[in-house]
Design a protein around this ligand. Structure first.
Ligand SMILES: NC(=O)C1=CN([C@@H]2O[C@H](COP(=O)(O)OP(=O)(O)OC[C@H]3O[C@@H](n4cnc5c(N)ncnc54)[C@H](OP(=O)(O)O)[C@@H]3O)[C@@H](O)[C@H]2O)C=CC1
Ligand SMILES: CC(C)(CO)C(=O)C(=O)O
Length: 348
């Protein structure tokens, strides 16, 4: 274990209590409780979940349903991001940002005054917009790229009882469905240079990788997280805009008229990545995308879910970096540009 600080004073702030934020919080807290029970001590951090919606008390019960349909419940400290000026908060050892990509600038505006430049901040977003944006503002930046799958069930049972001495039944319950296990890559945004923040970020990545492994996630550190983020972006760019535009499940992309569109999208994407010197996967882009479509055939992809719920999508975070890179290299993206335009106007 790469221990950094007294575990009792070791707080991880997870900002964005949605599907991924809750999955991470619930898994870490369950692991911490297990270690405390079995060994009397744990190097895992305590979790403070920070959202923008007020809850009934200062703690919530997080009920995570595992892929095997077990329910794991943990009591988690909760607060709203606009109460950060309250000096009673313990300063965090690390911060994980788990909002959607377009949520990061608003979070940062509220967060920045309350943390030091040394605090490691990890971006969990898909796409490649939040990470470079934050890298210009905070040097000690880490990124995670994950294929874990999680979604939020409809909320149940809110309590209005204050939580001093409260029991599990008094607390507001938040649920999360861990839909499928995946793989997480973790690394410093800037790696391989000789700056102080560089080595701090690498140390933080090693420690946070230990936390994730202890919490049951398959996780590896990488010295080149930017390539991993491009690879995830490529898969998301080949699948998400098409399924969101045509409102279909991923598996339908194997049928006409969509299969030729996927091939064209992958050709456009791989030309951009080649021009940028991003290495292709061993099996090639077409085979990798086909494999992900097969493995997620029954999914309603995240961008489709956002469109159906009338929420903003991550189209800018996913297609934006491809479009700007293509423009820099003089490449045309007829299909992706068209999808971008259609998905950038409000969907009904
Ligand atoms: N879900 C998944 O399986 C996976 C998700 N990802 C990526 O992880 C990121 C998060 O996705 P996901 O968890 O699904 O998204 P969700 O929409 O479920 O969660 C986002 C959370 O962020 C909160 N939030 C938004 N703005 C703020 C703010 N200013 N301050 C505090 N909290 C805020 C939202 O709160 P509110 O309810 O108030 O809007 C919501 O709880 C995305 O980039 C996604 O692409 C990556 C891999 C898998
Ligand atoms: C890989 C894919 C497209 C699976 O649905 C995904 O990551 C998403 O839904 O955002």
């Amino acid at each position: 274990m790469h221990t950094m600080t007294d575990p009792e004073d070791n707080w991880l702030w997870i900002i964005g209590p949605g599907a991924i934020g809750r999955l991470l919080a619930a898994s870490l807290m369950a692991a911490r409780q297990r270690e405390l029970r079995e060994q009397g001590a744990s190097a895992l951090p305590r979790v403070l979940l920070l959202g923008r919606q007020a809850m009934a008390g200062q703690a919530v019960m997080l009920d995570m349903t595992t892929p095997e349909s077990l329910i794991v419940s943990s009591r988690i400290n909760h607060s709203t991001i606009d109460t950060l000026q309250d000096s009673s908060f313990r300063k965090p050892s690390a911060i994980w940002l788990t909002t959607k990509a377009h949520g990061v600038p608003a979070v940062w505006q509220q967060l920045a005054p309350h943390i030091t430049p040394e605090t490691p901040v990890t971006c969990w977003q898909n796409g490649l917009s939040a990470q470079p944006w934050l890298a210009e503002r905070h040097a000690n930046l880490l990124c995670a790229s994950t294929t874990e799958g999680a979604w939020l069930p409809a909320e149940t049972g809110a309590s209005t009882t204050p939580d001093n001495g409260s029991t599990a039944d008094d607390l507001q319950h938040l649920g999360v469905q861990h839909a499928g296990r995946g793989h997480t890559w973790l690394g410093a945004w800037q790696s391989g240079g000789d700056g102080d923040h560089d080595s701090q970020s690498n140390q933080a990545a090693l420690m946070q990788g230990d936390w994730l492994k202890a919490a049951g996630f398959a996780c590896e550190q990488t010295p080149d997280i930017q390539t991993r983020l491009w690879h995830k972006l490529a898969i998301n760019a080949a699948i998400n805009p098409l399924v969101a535009r045509y409102r279909i499940r991923n598996g339908q992309l194997r049928d006409r008229p969509f299969a030729p569109m996927v091939r064209q999208a992958v050709e456009e994407i791989s030309a951009v990545l080649d021009s940028e010197g991003i290495p292709a996967p061993e099996e090639g882009w077409q085979a990798l995308v086909e494999q992900v479509i097969r493995a997620t055939a029954n999914n309603r992809a995240s961008m489709l879910q956002d469109v159906l719920a009338g929420r903003p999508t991550e189209v800018e975070a996913i297609l934006g970096p491809l479009r700007s890179t293509a423009a820099r290299h003089g490449l045309a993206l007829p299909l992706l540009d068209d999808l971008y335009r259609q998905l950038s106007t409000p969907q009904r």
